[in-house]
Design a protein around this ligand. Structure first.
Ligand code: NAP
Length: 246
């Protein structure tokens, strides 16, 4: 059986391994955003497909039998493409969509609907924010020349960036003690994050709770294709759904 996994997440790599171990021919697709990605087992292709039509064409030429959207919850375009390509080809679509984080006792979240709203909240209320939002939307904060920013991402971020900044390059997962240390060392007064869900980056939320720091939490978009996909919330559930469709 042949599956395409739209990946770029730890869950996508774990699912690729389980399916390959079960004898599936799996191709994992990565966008190509990072120069040294963690590679899944099985076949790997890198780069965009050229929209939904390009993806549908690829699926037909590969003789794919199941499409799995295991991309990050904020990767909306590729999830939309997956849904459109599933409609066009009639192939089953399984979405591995991890649950969002929920506020716990002791958390102080300021929930915002977009990164633009996060920018306004930070400019109005904070002076030393910790941006843990990846690289792609950092430019939204570039107009704030007052804030003293701590920016953490996997690879060197492109300009424009806030004027007063310290950039730390690193890749998770992180632990709570390390997260508390970085927040203390840089005297951050809030954490800005997307509601990615999952365990790999949750330590910053626990550390912010421990240190009583507010978290500016960007809410996630609705899953595009939720109407057509079988939605699984973890790797085992997705694996079982794939096996049933195979
Ligand atoms: P996006 O905005 O949804 O996608 C933009 C375009 O990039 C898509 O239209 C597609 O190009 C291409 N693309 C995206 N993911 C792809 C994949 N897995 N394989 C092939 N092409 C892909 O995506 P994004 O938010 O930039 O995320 C890119 C990748 O990084 C995804 O694989 C995602 O899982 C991973 N990631 C994203 C985030 C995040 O916060 N957004 C965080 C961690 C990891 P075409 O239209 O040409 O096909």
């Amino acid at each position: 059986m042949r599956a395409l996994i739209l990946g770029g997440t730890g869950e996508a790599r774990a699912l690729a391994k389980k399916l390959v171990d079960a004898g599936w021919f799996v191709t994992s697709s990565l966008a190509g955003r990072v120069s040294e990605p963690k590679l899944p087992v099985g076949s790997v292709r890198i780069g965009g497909f050229g929209g939904p039509a390009g993806l549908a064409k690829w699926l037909i030429s590969d003789a794919t039998e199941v499409i799995i959207d295991a991309t990050h919850p904020f990767a909306e375009k590729i999830s939309e493409s997956a849904a459109e390509a599933a409609r066009a080809t009639g192939l089953p679509l399984i979405a591995l969509h991890r649950p969002a984080w929920e506020q716990q006792k002791g958390d102080n979240w300021i929930e915002v609907g977009s990164m633009e709203e996060a920018v306004r909240v930070v400019a109005d209320r904070f002076s030393s924010p910790f941006l843990t939002i990846g690289r792609q939307q950092l430019a939204a904060f570039a107009g704030d020349s007052n804030g003293r920013y701590l920016i953490r991402c996997v690879e060197k971020p492109p300009p424009p960036l806030p004027k007063n900044r310290k950039v730390v390059l690193s890749r998770g997962p992180y632990d709570v003690a390390g997260e508390r240390k970085i927040m203390r060392d840089y005297a951050v007064d809030c954490v800005v994050t997307k509601n990615s869900g999952g365990a790999a980056t949750y330590a910053k939320i626990e550390a912010a709770r421990d240190l009583r720091k507010p978290v500016v939490m960007v809410q996630r978009p609705k899953l595009p294709g939720a109407d057509i996909a079988i939605v699984a919330t973890d790797v085992d559930e997705a694996y079982n759904a794939v096996i049933r469709r195979g």
